[in-house]
Design a protein around this ligand. Structure first.
Ligand code: BTN
Length: 339
């Protein structure tokens, strides 16, 4: 008999009692509640009420505020159906147990802490909202609460350190395949880890690796996808370059079903590459290669390199043809498209 994955609901204590009180008042009064009456009930200033409302909005509560009428709770943040996800993924090596957070700093940071403490392979840290989500190259990853998929999987593959980064390409391909199956839109991969839909970034992967003496100890594969994010919810600076599955399909996407599908696809990709190597995921990655034959520039420690993307080699490095026809390999870096 297959065992069912366990789910630990790690309730967030981070929301202050005051914010919980503000929400309770708004829930109990379906119409508008004036800022003054909230401030009188809780014995706090109107300014403090305003700050709590703004911070609740950042946590996914849709609260309408109209001057001289007050605040009205329009919608509470959506929650993933974790028991459904656990049932669909039962028996998966990559999803043996879930730790669900309504809110967390970063699922990658939490998963790394758990990995260092000895958490087993297949521990999945999931959150509805991250307060300090991390992207590649020290960037931030932001997502409105309850609208994206934000999760990190602890893996403990029996691999040399030199091969560990190839799991990032396998993960990218698995996530792309799952999204395509779920929402029926083509997904491309921009080396090394960006998920591209309709020429814009819809998600990314942050792989963090720890090992000793040439063996991997643990890997945390952090996956962030803009699922039901609306255009207006994207940071202004990202509106030209980012998208979401909802924006691409004009349909609200079932996040729980997608999470389960990604983990099932990851399970296949992971177990396959541990047995058969990375030839298959590399071939699939090449089929989704967004950069191929495009003019690119890559920031390296020695400066900017400009050329034409010429594919991915057998070690997962990006090949770039330079203006003098030489091919240069990049193991890591930040690639910008020129067309
Ligand atoms: C990138 O494109 O730069 C990678 C983004 C990875 C974001 C995900 S969201 C879940 C996990 N937790 C984090 O803090 N980051 C990753």
């Amino acid at each position: 008999m297959e065992s069912t994955s366990s789910i630990v609901f790690v309730e967030s204590d981070r929301m202050s009692q005051r914010k919980k009180n503000v929400i309770e008042i708004l829930r109990d009064n379906p119409g508008f509640v004036s800022g003054q009456s909230i401030s009188d009930t809780l014995g706090i200033s109107r300014n403090a009420v305003h700050k709590h409302v703004n911070s609740l909005r950042a946590r996914g509560y849709r609260i309408l505020g109209i001057s001289r009428r007050g605040y009205r709770l329009e919608e509470e943040p959506r929650r993933l159906a974790m028991p459904v996800v656990a049932k669909l993924t039962q028996g998966c090596v990559v999803a043996r147990g879930y730790r669900y957070h309504a809110e967390i700093e970063s699922t990658n940071v939490e998963a790394k802490k758990l990995a260092r403490e000895g958490a087993p392979e297949g521990t999945v840290v999931v959150a509805e909202c991250q307060l300090a989500g991390r992207g590649r190259l020290g960037r931030q990853w932001t997502s409105p609460a309850g609208k994206g998929l934000l999760f990190s999987v602890i893996l403990r593959p029996d691999l040399p350190m030199a091969d560990a980064h190839l799991l990032a390409l396998m993960t990218g391909d698995a996530v792309a395949e799952a999204i395509e199956g779920h929402v029926k839109v083509p997904v491309h991969l921009k080396w090394p880890n960006d998920l591209i839909i309709t020429n814009k970034k819809a998600g990314g992967i942050l792989l963090e690796i720890s090992g000793e003496q040439d063996r991997v100890d643990w890997i945390v594969a952090g996956i962030g996808i803009n699922v039901n994010v609306e255009f207006s919810e994207l940071p202004v600076s990202l509106r030209k370059t980012a998208t979401s599955l909802k924006m691409a399909t004009e349909k609200t996407v079932d996040r729980s079903g997608l999470l389960a599908r990604i983990l099932l696809t990851l399970e296949r990709g992971y177990t396959d590459c541990l047995t058969n190597g990375f030839e298959r995921p590399l071939r699939h990655f090449r089929e989704r290669d967004y950069l191929l034959h495009r003019s690119v520039s890559i920031q390296t420690r020695d400066g900017l390199v400009i050329g034409e993307a010429a594919g991915i080699d057998d070690r997962g490095s990006l090949l770039v043809e330079l203006p003098d026809r030489h091919i240069r390999r990049f193991h890591s870096g930040d690639v910008t498209l020129h067309q």
